[in-house]
Design a protein around this ligand. Structure first.
Ligand code: HEM
Ligand SMILES: *[C@@H]1O[C@H](CO)[C@@H](O)[C@H](O)[C@H]1NC(C)=O
Ligand SMILES: *[C@@H]1O[C@H](CO)[C@@H](O)[C@H](O)[C@H]1NC(C)=O
Length: 420
């Protein structure tokens, strides 16, 4: 019943491919490499994952404060430009997480939504909550909101039966309908799935000793230096390439696969979803630091504050941010300073990969329209190389879940149907 099947790896490859040691099922003690995928007491693992006995679901939108009126996973109005949280709406004011109880993870957008009760405040969220919150808070289009929620649930091993997902660490006992049948469900912290190397403000899994999800103030400072107060496509494109070079140099397990395309999408959220109408939709430092929970010290360095917060007087984008919008931004940002897809296989040795449109590690400049709009969809429905000799293959159950949730949208896109 697991959502994704990870193909087995040959341990003999481990010497040549150090990242192999990180994979489930490989005994890393033999290889004397640490750490493995979130297990036990490690960062992001089940033993250290916060537990809140008082799980309260997302607080729904009401007739008085309807936002986009997105409820129960169905399409909302798709009309933004309004203030969030609405003046007077006490249910959705910022409430700092209690980090000893509440789960937060690598995604500032979802962390902020949880801190404002648009998602469950303890970080154990449902598929419908994810689809609703993205529309109500950020005016993400229904098509993209659904696709991202599906990617979250199927790729990073949320649970397609309970439709629950941890937005951070491994909370299998709370997300899974039956842990014996599903095995562990690592949540959004799960590495080389949705979460991957070269994040804007999070460590690589390997160089961070397994902490691939906490805010890193040094990285935020590097991003701010690269962007100089303007977090637009061009500046973020160069910063992403800087991070790629850093990972290639410092991380022997560096892997940059097809799923890393999602990181360009996430980076586009800084200038497409976070800016406020009350600040002329500028992707400026005041806005970005609030969403990232970045607080500057007197000496100029950055540390985490009390939680990701929607800035005061914030109004969201007017037009919905759709699947085709984000795909266009992914390609455009990639082309600002193209880098190779592949992974480190040893000192000074990097192997490129082929997958779909990615050939010899490169994404071509001129993709046709159909390929482009189906790009993210393919990541949810095809076997995707998730490291150099491993592949994530969605199960039949996961594929039929995707097909059920996204049926009509998919026909419009003309994407190939998954075989269910
Ligand atoms: C269901 C919807 C979503 C899911 C499952 C999701 C999941 C994730 C994950 C797993 C990451 C980590 C990727 C990495 O390794 O860097 C991430 C990063 C990010 N997400 Fe989300 N996300 C969702 C929606 C959103 C929304 C609506 C926003 C809007 C502001 C957002 C903003 C970001 C940003 C800015 C990053 C980059 C953080 C960094 O690299 O430091 N996400 N998201
Ligand atoms: C934050 O990132 C920097 C730069 O990659 C790194 O040197 C440092 O160890 C990281 N800090 C933590 C606490 O992980
Ligand atoms: C928000 O708006 C109120 C009322 O217009 C104003 O008094 C306040 O200074 C604004 N706050 C910020 C941070 O812009």
């Amino acid at each position: 019943m697991k959502n994704a099947v990870v193909s087995s790896l040959l341990v003999s490859g481990a010497a040549a491919f150090p990242w192999v040691a990180m994979q489930p099922g490989v005994d890393s003690s033999i290889l004397r490499l640490k750490p493995r995928q979130q297990v036990g007491e490690g960062p992001g693992g089940p033993d250290t994952c916060p537990f809140n006995a008082n799980h309260e679901g997302a607080r729904p939108v009401t007739d008085e404060y309807p936002y986009n009126n997105a409820k129960d996973g169905i399409p909302g109005n798709g009309k933004g430009g309004y203030q969030v949280p609405a003046p007077g709406d006490t249910a959705h004011q910022f409430e700092a997480p209690d980090y000893s109880k509440d789960i937060r993870g690598p995604c500032p957008g979802l962390n902020a939504a949880a801190n404002h009760h648009f998602l469950a405040h303890d970080g154990i969220v449902t598929f419908n909550e994810l689809v609703d919150a993205q529309q109500n808070v950020y005016n993400v289009g229904y098509d993209l909101a659904t696709l991202l929620a599906l990617l979250g649930l199927t790729l990073t091993d949320g649970d397609i039966v309970t439709q629950k997902l941890s937005i951070g660490c491994d909370a299998t006992s709370r997300t899974s309908f039956n842990p014996l049948l599903t095995g562990s469900e690592p949540g959004l912290d799960g590495h080389n799935k949705f979460e991957a190397d070269t994040s804007l403000t999070r460590n690589d899994f390997f160089t961070g000793d397994g902490d691939n999800f906490r805010f890193n103030g040094t990285l935020f400072g590097m991003m701010n230096d690269a962007c100089d107060g303007n977090f637009n496509r061009e500046n973020l494109g160069h910063y992403r390439a800087d991070r790629w070079r850093q990972s290639k140099m410092e991380n022997p397990n560096f892997y940059f696969g097809p799923l890393s395309l999602l990181l360009f999408g996430a980076a586009s959220f800084l200038y497409e979803l976070m800016p406020s109408g009350t600040r002329g939709y500028a992707p400026d430092l005041e806005t970005i630091s609030s969403f990232f929970n970045a607080v500057q010290q007197d000496d100029g360095t950055w540390v985490a504050g009390e939680g990701e917060k929607i800035p005061d007087n914030w109004t969201n984008r007017v037009e919905p941010y759709s699947n085709s919008d984000v795909t266009r931004e992914i390609l455009a940002m990639y082309l600002v300073e193209p880098v190779l897809f592949g992974g480190n296989t040893g000192p000074d040795s990097f192997d490129t990969l082929n997958f779909g449109n990615i050939q010899d590690g490169k994404l071509p400049v001129g993709l046709d329209a159909a390929d482009t709009s189906c790009l993210l969809y393919q990541l949810a429905t095809q076997s995707v190389p998730s490291y150099l000799n491993g592949v994530i293959t969605p199960t039949v159950e996961a594929l039929s879940f995707v097909a059920k949730q996204i049926g009509p949208e998919l026909d419009n896109l003309g994407c190939p149907r998954p075989l269910t």
